[in-house]
Design a protein around this ligand. Structure first.
Ligand SMILES: [Fe+2]
Ligand SMILES: [Fe+2]
Length: 204
């Protein structure tokens, strides 16, 4: 049941109508900020950073490198998309990078040992699955209450689901000799991020 919106006095810069309206609709804003910081940390500190290392080690698999590069750059796009929303909601990023890293909502995608292509693809797949769970949770707490955060989370979720499909296809092929199509073709440019950058979809 929605509660009344706390009135924000004229000229008051210490409160935000954009926050009070979603609080009145039932959003736990402090919890949402924590979730967004955890997801931002997973996108940037964990996924974007570690995917860079993982991509470097896909030597000899130029096609896999390109798919990894798409996922890597799209995680950077996810970071760019969501960080301003944290501040709009009245939150902020931790000033300390180690502290930020440790708040990540997904396990760091560190280089596996040994760094075989199958081990790397398995790790990439599980990272995408963590991202799907994390962004779905943000969609769940904002649906019907906070359309702006919901729209951003849903855009990111669209791409995470595609990333999972890419790595299922590659891992099934590489490890099991099986064909499980993702249903997608390569992006037009690496890191195109059609949803989170609001670019065109596959059809030219
Ligand atoms: Fe992401
Ligand atoms: Fe992803």
């Amino acid at each position: 049941m929605a509660t009344a919106v706390t009135p924000v006095p004229s000229g008051d810069v210490t409160q935000r109508v954009g926050v009070e309206v979603i609080r009145a609709r039932g959003v736990d804003v402090e919890k949402l900020i924590k979730m967004l910081i955890a997801n931002a940390a997973a996108e940037f500190a964990s996924t974007y950073y570690y995917y860079t290392i993982l991509r470097m080690h896909l030597a000899g698999y130029e096609d896999y490198k390109e798919i990894c590069e798409d996922a890597r750059l799209e995680d950077r796009a996810h970071w760019e998309l969501i960080v301003p929303r944290i501040y709009e909601l009245g939150g902020e990023l931790p000033n300390d990078l180690c502290e930020f890293h440790n708040q990540a909502g997904c396990v760091a995608a560190k280089l596996p040992s040994p760094p075989t292509v199958v081990n790397i693809l398995t790790l990439l797949l599980e990272s995408e699955r963590c991202a799907i769970r994390s962004w779905s949770a943000v969609c769940d707490v904002t649906f019907g209450k906070d359309p702006r955060t919901y729209d951003m989370a849903a855009r990111i979720l669209n791409e995470e689901i595609e990333h999972e499909a890419w790595f299922i296809e590659l891992l099934a092929h590489e490890r099991d000799g099986k064909s499980i199509p993702s249903g997608h073709f390569r992006r037009g440019e690496p890191g195109e991020a059609p949803y989170s950058k609001n670019a065109r979809f596959y059809n030219p």
